[in-house]
Structure formats: structure tokens, C-alpha cells
Design a protein. Structure first.
Ligand code: PLP
Length: 419
């Protein structure tokens, strides 16, 4: 860091400001986490210099002996962690991983069946502004109005009607476990590839606290930076029969040279995930998410589906008469970072939204437990109902002081003890 500070104080200063920001607030973005210093060290390494197009022992560049070892370790660890036949650790991100899965199994114009974005899916699941919506004929299922959980009967009916090439399960705002067996049966009935985008919950699978999609799905794609707590990036695991197709789709179909510093960071993270400490972390993530959802519910900020089985919950703010957009701004001004989110059948436009999404990965990494989730719910409720988005509002100041006390007791990236 001293070299950066000397050469480019502007960027160095911004890195410090961002670390300060991450330390100062309560971080409840469900897709974020605080990766370990060991992963950060891998990311900031000279592996970033190396071109390594291809795969271990079959590269298009010389000098790959060391990075081959890195990638082999990452692949072996991913296979062991998820009990998978095959792993590709090269996707630069979750969206790149998804692009490769489409590339492997579908051609432009093919039909895919996925969860709609406004019910909890993801942009890359056939939303019209994404490549996936432009290149494929995307048909979408959603949640049932009464349970607010995936409408499996609708999935089956749409699959039979449209005979998709791919059936995709997973998304960005799904608080409940997904019934992989049911999806598998539906996919088999219509002869479709069954793909799970496990970006959000794969860390809970790694920690063995929720069921794994790996035995059921043809393909599982994921990001490595959410609950999993690794570097920003993507990966794919699959059955042996699909291995060659997936590898060829990642490179050379969709990507060029892999980011070897990221691959090293993934290897470090996969090893971390196989420790008892990580399994305990994953369980605490679940406990904290349930506690936070329950405590917000007690304040009339209702969790969609009535609660959560995962690291995130989605809340309907209509009980307190505030929009998602206002709630996000009010919480932000009070030192609580979360995001507005459309809820199923939302009467508001997506940029206003009736809901918020909260997640427990970051606060759990900081060592908080269920008791602190009660405190956080109280602070969210006060910020949402008693402030107006002005950071100088007296109640916002008061909440920020309480946030400060909490994050001082449970710091992000604690300073090493002096001496
Ligand atoms: N898939 C799902 C379900 C996601 O939630 C996300 C990101 O939030 C992605 C894919 C895309 O990941 P990335 O932002 O790394 O491209």
C-alpha cells in the first residue's frame, strides 16, 4: 500500500475512504461480504500479470507452470467442496458464468424457462435488457400469490407448453429453499437441461447448512463473492458429461485469458470454506437472517413468504407506509446500508419499489449474533419511520451514533492489536 500511496495518493485515498465506509456502517446488502485478508493478498498479487489462455497443461502461452498449479488446486478444491464431477473456475463474474452456460446449451432463438426478475430472478435470466433476453426466447415463471414462494405448478405447466431447452432455477431475491427434486422432475419430463444459478446461496451449500443443488442439476453456476466470501468472480460445477461443453463455452467462446489472481483467490476461499469455522459461520448467517426477518416483522415490516430459510429476507414496507426508495435513502443517511427491492406483485415501479432486501453475510462475518439482529431491526424501523433521508435529521444522527457503537464492538477488518 505504501507504493500506491506514494505514486497515486488520489486512488490510495479513495481505497482508504472505501474501507472507512465499509467499517462505519451496518452492511446489509445480501450479495456482499468481507473477504479474508488471505484472499485479498491473492487478488493483489503478480498473478495478475500472467496470460494463461486455455486450461492447465493445455495453454496457449508459455510460462504457465506456476499458474497451472494454482488453477489445478482451485479446480480440485471446488470439486471436493461441492462434491462435483467437474469445475470451471475461470468465469470472471456471475454474469460471465451464466453467459457460458447459455453458450454451451442454447442457440439464439431457443426457449429458456426462468424466474421473472420482478419475482426474484436475475437480469441474466432472460430479462429483456440483458443479452439473455435479447438472444433467447425467455419464458418466465413467478411466485404464487398466496404463498409468495415459487409456483411449481406454473413451472410445470409452462415447461409442458413451451418445451424449453433450459430450465433455470435461482435468483437474487428468493428467501426460501428451492425444491431441486421438483425442478429436476419437470426438466426430465420435457427433456430440458436443468441449470441452477446458485450465486446467492452457494455459500450456505458450501457450509452444508442447506441442501445442495449439485446432485440434482446438470449445471450449477455461481458467484464467489457473496455468502461464500471469496474474491469477486464466478465459477461453474457440472456433471462429467457436460464438462467439455462448459469448458469450451467459458474459453474460447465467451472469455479470453483467465484472471489468474482471481483464480488464486478462489482457491484460497474454497479451502477456507472446508473448515469447521466456515461451517459455523454459515449456520450463524442462517440464524441471523431468521432473527433479523423476525424482528423486522415485529415492527410491521413484513417478510415476504413470512420469513427466510437463507441469508436474505425481502420485506414489504406497505405496513409502515414507506416506499423502498425512501427506506433505502433514510437508512443510508442513518448509517445502515441496504437496498430497495421490488416485492412480488409490486404496485410501485422498480425504481421506487415497495420493499427492501436485507442480508446477514457481512454482519455475521463481523461476529454479530441474533441479539444484534434485534438491535439492527429496531434501528432500521426508527430510520424508516422517524427520519426523512437528511443525514442532519436529529434521529438520523442518534441512529448513526448507535450504529457507531455497534460496529466498534463488531468491527469489519479489525486492526491488528498493537505490538
Ligand atoms: N446470478 C445471480 C442470481 C445474481 O444474484 C448475480 C449478482 O447479483 C449474478 C448472477 C451476476 O453476478 P455478477 O454481478 O458477478 O456478474
Amino acid at each position: 500500500f505504501s507504493a500506491l500511496l506514494e505514486q497515486d495518493p488520489d486512488i490510495a485515498g479513495l481505497l482508504v475512504s472505501e474501507l472507512d465506509r465499509q467499517r462505519a456502517g451496518i452492511q446489509l446488502i445480501a450479495s456482499e461480504n468481507q473477504t479474508s485478508p488471505a484472499v485479498l493478498a491473492a487478488l493483489g498479487s503478480t498473478l495478475s500479470n500472467k496470460y494463461a489462455e486455455g486450461y492447465p497443461d493445455a495453454r496457449y502461452y508459455g510460462g504457465c507452470a506456476e499458474v497451472d498449479k494454482v488453477e489445478k488446486l482451485a479446480i480440485e478444491r471446488a470439486k471436493e467442496l461441492f462434491g462435483a464431477d467437474h469445475a470451471n473456475v475461470q468465469p470472471h463474474s456471475g454474469a460471465s458464468a451464466n453467459q457460458a452456460v447459455y453458450g454451451a446449451f442454447a442457440s439464439p432463438g431457443d426457449t429458456i424457462l426462468a424466474m421473472s426478475l420482478d419475482h426474484g430472478g436475475h437480469l441474466t435470466h432472460g430479462f429483456k435488457v440483458s443479452f439473455s433476453g435479447k438472444w433467447f426466447n425467455a419464458v418466465h415463471y413467478g411466485v404464487a400469490q398466496d404463498t409468495e414462494d415459487i409456483d411449481y405448478d406454473q413451472v410445470e405447466a409452462l415447461a409442458k407448453e413451451h418445451r424449453p431447452r433450459i430450465i433455470l432455477a435461482g435468483g437474487s431475491a428468493i428467501p426460501r429453499l428451492i425444491d431441486f427434486e421438483r425442478f429436476r422432475a419437470i426438466a426430465d419430463e420435457v427433456g430440458a437441461i436443468f441449470w441452477v444459478d446458485a450465486a446467492h446461496f452457494i455459500g450456505l451449500v458450501a457450509g452444508k447448512v442447506i441442501p445442495s443443488p449439485v446432485p440434482h442439476a446438470d449445471i450449477v453456476s455461481f458467484t464467489t463473492h457473496k455468502v461464500l466470501r471469496g474474491p469477486r468472480g464466478g465459477a461453474i460445477v457440472c456433471k462429467e458429461e457436460h464438462a467439455k461443453k462448459i469448458d469450451r463455452a467459458v474459453f474460447p467462446m465467451m472469455q479470453g485469458g483467465p484472471l489468474m489472481h482471481g483464480v488464486a483467490g478462489k482457491a484460497v476461499n474454497f479451502a477456507e470454506c472446508m473448515t469447521p469455522a466456515y461451517q459455523a459461520y454459515a449456520q450463524q448467517v442462517l440464524d441471523n437472517a431468521a432473527a433479523l426477518a423476525g424482528a423486522l416483522d415485529a415492527h410491521d415490516i413484513r417478510p415476504i413468504t413470512g420469513g427466510t430459510d437463507t441469508h436474505l429476507s425481502l420485506h414489504d414496507l406497505r405496513g409502515v407506509g414507506v416506499t423502498g426508495r425512501d427506506a433505502e435513502a433514510r437508512c443510508d443517511a442513518a448509517g445502515i446500508v441496504l437496498n430497495k427491492n421490488a416485492i412480488p406483485f409490486d404496485p410501485e415501479k422498480p425504481n421506487v419499489a415497495s420493499g427492501i432486501r436485507v442480508g446477514s453475510p457481512s454482519v455475521t462475518t463481523q461476529g454479530m449474533g441474533t441479539e444484534q439482529m434485534g438491535t439492527i431491526a429496531d434501528l432500521i424501523h426508527r430510520a424508516v419511520t422517524e427520519t426523512d433521508g437528511d443525514p442532519e435529521h436529529p434521529v438520523a444522527r442518534e441512529i448513526r451514533a448507535q450504529v457507531g457503537e455497534l460496529v466498534t464492538s463488531y468491527p469489519a477488518y479489525p486492526e491488528p492489536a498493537a505490538g
